[in-house]
Design a protein around this ligand. Sequence first.
Ligand SMILES: [Zn+2]
Length: 218
Amino acid sequence: MTEQPTERPSTPAATWRELRRGNERFVAGAPLHPRQDVEHRTALAQRQRPLVAIFGCSDSRLSAEIIFDVGLGDAFVVRNAGQVISESVLGSLEYAVGVLGVPLILVLGHDECGAVRAAIDSQADDATPLPPHIASIVERIVPAVRRVAAAEPGHPVDPSEVDASFVGREHLRDTVAELLESSEMISDGIAAGTLAIVGANYRLVEGRAETDVVVGRI
Ligand SMILES: [Zn+2]
């Protein structure tokens, strides 16, 4: 059976409810794998109308459609290591909001993130310099590291003293704040009530996306 687009949630709150239900099915080991059949694939060929834009870390364990138990055409997904904002990320998310009309942006971080770990380690006294393109990602997470470590400017950080889960959470909040500051289209959507942003932390072992920050009406 193919679900019709009219059955789909269109408000930020209903969309988040739908995603949480899907995540609960995944957590419980009872996914439905909806909208992955040939009929649905064919029906989508002419047009997409995704439920949600997901901006998450590239980590191979953070597969967006699997962990929210959604299907083809449901999620417009933007991922990079450590989910750091860039021009291409902003452009992609504005496309999802402005052209595709998604009512929700989900920013997804996770525990045991390699990019967060690298950012913490980069602040050690004896840190090995990172290759330049990796360094450009990691440096976007460094402000969260230094804040969590309460480090004085110019002083090194002892990585063993820094809680990576706190850094991950700070970085997630920074990312959501930066999204709002950098995109007028996104902040206008929030103000109008047609869009919300949820920042969530994904727990690798449990498989649960835990809500950390909400901007807009959910
Ligand atoms: Zn990661």
